[in-house]
Write a protein that binds this ligand. Structure first.
Ligand code: EPU
Length: 417
């Protein structure tokens, strides 16, 4: 299994180009199930989760071609089995995103339950409750959701928690349902709006995306389209922290800084100098780094997907910072690995107290999930000596060539095969 080796101590500088957003690309690929016509996607990141989704769609009979240049053509004119097997779902929870489109188009679906993962229990009760209100019957048998409906109908759906893939699943299900669906307390993440834009160009009638109330009027049929995926705000944020933590000077290009308002505001409060242009921003790290508390919430607040990276930065802060995770119940596994590198972090429930100013030393560490892996690389960039990160497959699920991009900015980093 591959490992990543980082030798700390260099300051990053230069320009990095951001790839397409994983979490926008995954629902976009699932949306191709809603039409028999070809859906052409551009700016897909060529990463593990995208290839898993391609395999999942192919397994159902979709003609799915994903190319390394970031383009894909998906044609679901011959779907033979509306099923997502355990083998594929267990490696990627986002497989659940096929449930909504399958129910809309084929009125039946069999999708493995994702189960818990390294960041929490991650139930899908809200996805199922929404589909049931729209007329589906969802049974859980042998670890699978077995769903059937005589045809979905529109409904008023108030979700008790903000769920990103839940909103996406129900929005897709509603596009072909009879009548109007209102999704209340919907997720406002840019990835949800990107999916809404894709669905509109397939002929769907959706308004209100980007707000807490989304209205979808069902149509009889959707058609093929061409759509460009938005840039990955979490990848952009990860490079922003890489610059700040190494006292670097990095231009993060090909992104949408409006999607990173909370992250860039937080970083500027820690002392980093940030200048923003329409499709790029520049981060100049400054010493000392001020320790500032942060709390994760759904968009537009500070994202849970940046919590681990921010914690790495706070290990180098001047003072103490309280990091509060409100989205997932167990997303501090990286803290234990950072402690092994010399960080002073105390975790209690959903809060971690990070006492800064401790020099980190390189160590062998284990990546527990995607963002945890990124945070350990960031810690490695400032640690004395060598950090060896194991279980790099988590990283490869979500970041396109991160070690090459960092190396081009001057990091001493390599993949060991
Ligand atoms: N929740 C429920 N019931 C549900 C659905 C969610 O209780 O039916 C809870 C979850 O357990 C969690 C909270 O609601 O505590 C929010 O979870 P959400 O459903 O929003 O998460 P998700 O849709 O499974 C997406 C991203 C994650 C990201 C979260 C939060 C995709 C494919 N995944 O997951 O991305 O952390 O939203 O923003 O879009 C990552 O990229 O590393 C990643 C984990």
């Amino acid at each position: 299994m591959d490992k990543i080796r980082v030798v700390g101590g260099t300051s990053l500088s230069g320009r990095v180009e951001i790839s397409g957003a994983k979490n926008a690309a995954l629902p976009a690929m699932a949306a191709a199930l809603l039409t028999e016509e070809a859906v052409h996607l551009e700016n897909l990141p060529y990463i593990g989760d995208i290839l898993t989704t391609r395999d999942l769609l192919r397994n159902m009979g979709v003609d799915a071609d994903v190319r390394e240049d970031g383009t894909a053509t998906l044609k679901a004119s011959d779907v033979r089995s509306p099923e997502a097997p355990y083998e594929l779902v267990k490696t990627m929870r986002a497989s659940i995103l096929v449930l909504g489109p399958l129910m809309a188009k084929f009125q039946r679906a069999k999708v493995s339950l994702p189960g818990g993962c390294a960041i929490g229990a991650r139930p899908i009760n809200l996805h199922l409750a929404g589909l049931e209100r729209m007329g589906a019957k969802c049974d859980v048998v042998h670890g699978y959701v077995d769903a059937l409906s005589p045809g979905l109908h529109g409904s008023y759906l108030l979700m008790d928690m903000v769920t990103v893939t839940g909103t996406e699943n129900l929005m897709m299900a509603a596009t072909l349902a009879e009548g109007e669906t209102v999704l209340d307390n919907a997720a406002c993440e840019p990835e949800v709006s990107d999916l809404a834009a894709l669905l509109r160009s397939m002929g769907a009638e959706i308004e209100g995306d980007g707000t807490r109330t989304i209205r979808i009027r069902g149509v009889r049929k959707l058609h093929g389209c061409r759509h460009r995926i938005i840039p990955d705000r979490i990848e952009a944020g990860t490079f922003a922290v890489a610059s700040a933590i190494t006292q670097g000077d990095v231009e993060v290009a090909g992104c949408d800084p409006r999607h990173l308002t909370a992250v860039l505001t937080q970083l500027s409060q820690t002392g980093a100098e940030i200048s923003i242009r329409p499709d790029s921003f520049r981060v100049r790290g400054r010493s000392p780094i001020s320790s500032k508390n942060v709390t994760t919430y759904p968009y537009p607040a500070f994202p849970t997907d940046m919590q681990a990276q921010y914690m790495a930065l706070m290990t180098q802060g001047e003072g103490s910072a309280l990091v509060t995770e409100t989205v997932f119940e167990n997303r501090f596994m990286h803290a234990l690995e950072m402690i092994r590198m010399g960080a002073d972090i105390t975790v209690e429930g959903r809060q971690a107290l990070v006492k800064g100013g401790r020099p980190l030393t390189g160590a062998r560490v284990l990546a527990s999930d995607l963002r945890a892996s990124a945070s350990l690389i960031l810690a490695g960039l400032v640690a004395k000596g060598e950090t060896l990160i194991d279980r790099v497959y988590h990283l490869d699920r979500g970041y396109y060539h991160i070690e090459e991009k960092l190396a081009r900015l001057g990091a001493r980093i390599e993949r060991i095969r």
